[in-house]
Design a binder for this molecule. Structure first.
Ligand SMILES: Nc1ncnc2c1ncn2[C@@H]1O[C@H](COP(=O)(O)OP(=O)(O)OP(=O)(O)O)[C@@H](O)[C@H]1O
Ligand SMILES: [Mg+2]
Length: 484
């Protein structure tokens, strides 16, 4: 078999960036372009290595990461790496436009005679205009693509990869039996799940930000469980809950006799997490003294137990979380900038529950079902009013508050349908408070706005249309009533 992907020979200008050679891009001429790679002419270095190619596609500009794989007289051949679905389909729309039209005489893949759309020799199709061409083509060539990449891996990496794939398959089997633990369907949570999947297999430190009760610890666990470290320890340390004097001993451990009461030597949390993941919860509360010590450990991967001078090497992946605004803390001088940069290699921001649109109701139903099952109780449901109240309440305590409110409601409810009262939520359709016309008007205005937003899935244009007001007015009202 010759090529895997048809290429276009239409020339276009682009920019190539080499990671270690500064930020300035090299202007290049793209002589040919396919889904797998490109051939570039321009003032590029001879050595093989990573490269980012940027050029303007049909509707937007593309930025594709790859490696220089061949160095030829006329230029450099590059192979694209690790693209997501969106990038592939953007790239394909550029190539397809050039290829569509008359069927070539010879197969664009194997070079032999092409009597019909599908090559009788290599089996690949030339029906570039078909809507399902791209997914079909990728499906047909997936094994070959995988084989080419596997041939470049050494046996150790290959084994690690097999272990990782096995872990993913096992998770799928487990998930089929258990309820999914991390629930969410709104766009911002789908983004969070995709970030988790993206960062989990790497060893990059992750910083998780979000208000209290938004699922920071759950996110840290999800990253650990999807990583190659999943069968090694996941160790949590809450930097805010332990007095500073004890925290150092907790983190780094101590030798026998290091201080009064140290009758035996003890490993710290960092050593306990060896091979696995250390979750530094509430990192924003860490004292400046300990920040320096954590930084030292992050820099060289060694710890010294209290009372010992012997550095011990550890292999630990760090995930940190806080509900504080760390950047602000850095500005104020309460958090070291160098530590912030170290931890901030990859950030996941969890949205507050009030900003998760329909997910409020999705999550409430999910927890209700789960809690009834756990209690072995009859399955209950929410009344219409309760669902409306869940949708309009601001949930300052986020998901944790929701779980607690539902748990309480299950204890106090009389019937099968949980009411806003059971949940200690004010019914949006309840009696108005006698606090004057203005308050009443505001209450109705807010409720209507929320209902319209819920109904349109927080689409501002459709909300404006539904309420018969302008989009700026919708934004103004949302700001006034603290809806985001
Ligand atoms: N999307 C979700 N799906 C299912 N359960 C969730 C979700 N988000 C949070 N939870 C649950 O809500 C509770 C609070 O989550 P977690 O402890 O991870 O939040 P947190 O951000 O670490 O809170 P805090 O800042 O108060 O420590 C946990 O019981 C967790 O399992
Ligand atoms: Mg937490």
């Amino acid at each position: 078999m010759g090529r895997l992907d048809a290429r276009t020979k239409r020339q276009r200008e682009g920019k190539a960036f080499l990671p270690l050679k500064g930020q300035k891009g090299h202007t290049v001429l793209i002589l040919d372009l396919s889904l797998s790679g490109a051939f570039l002419k321009g003032n590029l270095p001879a050595e093989k290595g990573p490269i980012t190619l940027q050029f303007t596609g049909k509707e937007r500009s593309l930025s594709l990461k790859g490696v220089i794989v061949r160095n030829e007289e006329g230029g450099r051949a590059i192979r694209f790496l690790c693209r997501n679905r969106e990038e592939v389909s953007d790239l394909w729309s550029v190539i397809r436009d050039d290829l569509e039209g008359e069927r070539p005489q010879r197969c664009l893949y194997c070079g032999r005679d092409l009597p019909e759309e599908e090559c009788p020799h290599c089996g690949l199709s030339h029906g570039f205009g078909h809507e399902d061409y791209l997914p079909e083509h990728l499906k047909r060539t997936v094994y070959q693509r995988l084989r080419w990449r596997l041939e470049r891996l050494n046996p150790d990496r290959l084994l690690a990869l097999i272990a990782f794939v096995d872990a993913q398959l096992l998770r799928e089997l487990d998930a089929a039996e258990e309820d999914e633990e991390f629930a969410g369907t709104c766009e911002s949570m789908l983004k969070v799940f995709s970030l988790i999947r993206e960062v989990a297999p790497t060893d990059i430190p992750v910083l998780i930000l979000g208000e209290s009760g938004t699922g920071k610890e759950l996110t840290a666990k999800a990253i650990h469980e999807r990583s190659q470290r999943h069968n090694k320890p996941f160790v949590v340390i809450n930097c805010a809950a332990i007095p500073e004097a004890l925290l150092e001993a907790e983190l780094f451990g101590y030798e026998r006799g290091a201080f009064t009461g140290a009758y035996t030597a003890r490993k710290g949390k960092v050593e306990q997490a060896h091979g696995g993941t250390l979750f530094l919860d509430e990192i924003g509360d860490l004292s400046v003294g300990l920040q320096a010590k954590i930084l030292r450990f992050l820099e060289d991967g060694t710890v010294e137990r209290i009372g010992s001078r012997k550095p011990r090497r550890t292999n630990v992946r760090i995930i940190a979380a806080t509900n504080r605004d760390l950047e602000e803390e850095v500005k104020r001088g309460g958090f070291r900038q160098d530590l912030f940069f170290r931890l901030n290699a990859f950030t996941i921001q969890l949205p507050p529950l009030r900003e998760r649109g329909k997910d409020k109701v999705v999550l409430a139903n999910y927890f209700l079902k789960k809690l009834c099952k756990e209690n072995g109780a009859e399955q209950k449901h929410f009344s219409e009013e309760a669902l409306a109240a869940i949708g309009s309440y601001r949930w300052p305590g986020n998901v944790r508050e929701m779980i607690n409110k539902i748990r309480r409601a299950l204890v106090v409810s009389k019937g099968n349908a949980l009411t806003p009262d059971d949940l200690s939520l004010e019914s949006p359709a309840g009696e108005p408070s006698p606090s004057g016309i203005k308050a009443l008007r505001e209450k109705i205005e807010r409720e209507n706005l929320l209902k319209a937003l819920e109904k349109t899935g927080y689409n501002i244009s459709r909300t404006a249309k539904l309420l018969g007001i302008s989009r700026p007015t919708v934004y103004n009202l949302m700001r006034r009533y603290g809806i985001s």
